[in-house]
Design a protein around this ligand. Sequence first.
Ligand SMILES: [Zn+2]
Length: 152
Amino acid sequence: MSAGYGDVFLMNLPDGVISNVLSALPVEQLLNASMVCKAFAAMSDKLLEKLCKERRWALPRFPRGQSATTAFPWRSLYRQHACIACGKIGEFPLRRLVSGHTVYLICKRCTAIPWVQERLVRENLFVDLEGVSGKKLLSKGQRTKKRRLSAG
Ligand SMILES: [Zn+2]
């Protein structure tokens, strides 16, 4: 047996090194990496906590003596604000056709992807054209054109 590079495993690196690598990832890839193992999930959760706090997203409060229902609450919180397709910040609510309840968020770019559109149809979801920040999905030009069409 030789002590070659085959004996070097990512998990054998010091936590600080792994954490540095994770912190260099785009957030979409950080979310993926957090699914690899509990150690990565814990380190990712710390990084996601920082991102959530920068955006002033707070964890829900729990009664005294009770803690979050998940081991990685910041990852869950981030996911609630992320686009279901790409993991970037979601801008538009995806609502159930029947109840109108918001179930996910999506970003503008991903609303144009065919497989995403197929998923929305399959799951009976629609995109709320007014974004979470009040921003509209359609540009001013598109809205004007639509109004002209409906007026004429
Ligand atoms: Zn997206």
